[in-house]
Design a protein around this ligand. Structure first.
Ligand code: UT7
Length: 332
């Protein structure tokens, strides 16, 4: 049976390190508040003009090298982001040009924190059907240019970091290794609990006005409590769904890789599942929430640290804006 397997992982974080201490010079906040409520100590922000496709190019070249492949070996790009470089075309098109591989399809996925797993689900189906053989799956975010870096926006601004992380995916005929299943969900009734309102094509006659800018309606807004409560309910649910589908239990999981939204969310999810933190990936302390990049960034580090061995069961899980939530089981 053909399965979608991970051939190589890559990452890139911009060089500008922003500590909680630096944030205290930009807004009314403290290192203690941020660490206690989120687990975040630092994040990286782009040093100047730098789009998601640039971050992704560095990550992609590393992943290709680690897979022993060239850009020309790819036959598809799927890129998940909530911070597109431009309104259109999609960031995947800019990345494709950077990699110098014209002609292959370049698809943007817009599912926020669940973007990487939504993209994995599409890639898995395409690879198993034989439509594409080698897919570059990317999570890339430049949050820092879109944050309200002031006391008004401190609840959101302290959370997010910039990064890209990618996986080169291919086909294995053995049927033992690879993606076992993916599980995707959304509930658009809560679309405005975490969103950026403007610019938006529904506004008339223009997508954004000076007044909207003055009101900060182009910045992300979040009902933190509502997102938190839903995350700690939906993530265990979708992980159980994933394990049930494959006839597995939490004891079988060698590594749980949850989206890095908040260390308290990760710990509450782990507690509900009864999985010890040694088997849960966490790097939010160093990178903050990097949205679509957070799961592949964790996978990248786990592999570098020797925490992913052939045959291990790895479960990925996410919750975020939309609301969207998702999981995937992978036999490494
Ligand atoms: O990727 C998925 C999307 N995001 C998430 O999953 C995030 C989910 N939510 C959360 O992680 C948490 O709700 C936050 C970390 C965002 C906030 O933590 P909280 O414990 O829910 O705090 P809160 O929003 O209830 O705010 C408590 C207080 C407020 O002050 P008052 O009204 O009690 O006087 C806030 O104004 O903390 C204040 N506050 C801050 N204080 C210092 C909010 N942000 C900050 C800040 N520094 N950065």
């Amino acid at each position: 049976m053909k399965r979608c397997v991970f051939l190589g992982l890559g990452h890139y974080v911009p060089e500008r390190l922003v500590t909680n201490q630096e944030l205290t010079t930009l807004m009314d906040t403290t290192d203690e508040w941020i660490v206690e409520r989120t687990g975040i100590r630092q994040r990286y922000w782009v040093p100047g003009e730098m789009g998601g496709s640039e971050l992704a190019e560095h990550a992609a070249r590393e992943a290709l090298t680690r897979a022993g492949l060239e850009p020309g070996d790819l036959d598809c790009i799927i890129l998940a982001t909530l911070s597109p470089e431009h309104t259109f075309p999609g960031t995947a098109c800019f990345l494709q040009a950077r990699l110098g591989i014209p002609g292959i399809p370049a698809l943007d996925v817009r599912n926020q924190c669940s973007g990487f797993i939504y993209g994995l689900s599409v890639a898995d189906a395409w690879i198993r059907s034989g439509q594409y053989r080698r897919i570059l799956l990317v999570g890339a975010e430049v949050h820092s240019t879109g944050l309200d870096i002031s006391t008004r926006g401190r609840d959101v601004a302290c959370l997010f970091g910039d990064a890209a992380a990618v996986a080169v995916l291919g086909a294995s005929e053995s049927g033992e290794r690879g993606v076992l299943s993916t599980h995707l969900h959304a509930d658009g009734r809560f679309a405005k609990a975490l969103w950026i309102e403007a610019p938006g094509s529904r506004f008339h006659p223009l997508r954004i006005s000076h007044q909207m800018l003055d009101e900060g309606r182009h910045f992300p807004k979040m009902n933190g409590r509502q997102v938190f409560t839903a995350a700690v309910q939906r993530m265990p649910e979708v992980i159980h769904e994933c394990l049930r589908t494959n006839g597995l239990s939490i004891q079988d999981v060698a590594l749980l890789v949850p989206h890095q939204a908040n260390q308290r969310i990760t710990e509450m999810v782990a507690r509900q599942l009864g999985i010890p933190m040694e088997r849960v990936a966490s790097n939010i302390e160093r990178y903050g929430n990097t949205t679509a990049a957070s799961i592949p960034l964790c996978l990248y580090e786990a592999e570098r640290e020797g925490r992913l061995r052939p045959g291990d069961l790895v479960v990925l899980a996410s919750f975020g804006a939309g609301f969207t939530w998702a999981s995937a089981a992978v036999r490494w």
